[in-house]
Design a binder for this molecule. Structure first.
Ligand code: TMP
Length: 214
């Protein structure tokens, strides 16, 4: 039985760190699991991702941003998500259409109707069965993200991490509103504490939602 699970949250919320452990948990329950992410997950969408996150793309119009996320999503669904679901697998996707609602809708202030129209074109109405929303005060998440960058000696902040605090607050509020409006699909996971503590919450939420007792 295929299951489509998405993970969402503000910057530095820790969702990406949790994906390998969640995949292993589901595999021990007998599921075959495909892990992927947005924007990206396939060659064409990865190329779009590079444009979207590049600090040199500073000044990109919000409409351009929206169209690029939608374009990346359409390709990702055709190349990766649909085929995996058709094979009967669990798909764990790091961000999906809710990110567009939260970032381009609540964050950038684009019209929600326009966002739904573009999401529909991209997804062809494919909806997650379950969405985990990793919730954390935005200051804590941004400081985690900065510590990670400093420790990894990796790339500097991307275009979104450079945005003002207010932008990130609007996104968190947007996500929490989506969770209230879609309370059957979206489960809020408290993303504070250690990686192990969050993993425990993820495990009980997912197993509970899938009706698995251990
Ligand atoms: P990541 O940090 O989870 O890799 O996601 C990349 C960035 O893209 C992150 O800042 C959130 C942003 N984003 C949007 O603004 N809209 C979207 O639809 C998606 C999927 C991501």
């Amino acid at each position: 039985m295929s299951i489509f699970i998405t993970l969402e949250g503000t910057e530095g919320c820790g969702k990406t760190t949790q994906i390998p452990a969640l995949a292993r948990l589901l595999e021990t329950q007998g599921y075959r699991v495909t892990c992927t992410r947005e924007p990206g997950g396939c060659n064409i969408a990865d190329a779009i991702r590079a444009i979207l996150l590049d600090p040199l793309s500073h000044g990109m119009a919000a409409r351009t941003e929206l169209l690029l996320y939608a374009a990346a999503r359409a390709q990702h669904i055709d190349d990766v998500i649909r085929p995996a679901l058709d094979r009967g697998e669990v798909v764990l996707c790091d961000r999906f259409a809710d990110a567009t609602r939260a970032y381009q809708g609540a964050g950038r202030g684009l019209d929600p109707g326009l966002i739904e129209t573009l999401n529909d074109i991209a997804t062809q109405k494919l909806e997650p069965d379950l969405t985990l929303l990793f919730d954390l005060p935005v200051e804590v998440g941004l400081s985690r993200a900065r510590q990670r960058q400093a420790a990894s000696d990796g790339p500097a902040e991307d275009r979104f991490e450079q945005e003002a605090l207010d932008f990130h607050h609007r996104i968190r509020e947007g996500y929490l509103r989506l969770a209230r409006e879609n309370d059957q699909r979206i489960r809020i996971v408290d993303a504070s504490g250690t990686i192990a503590q969050v993993a425990q919450r993820v495990e009980s939420t997912v197993l509970g939602q899938l009706g698995i007792t251990r």
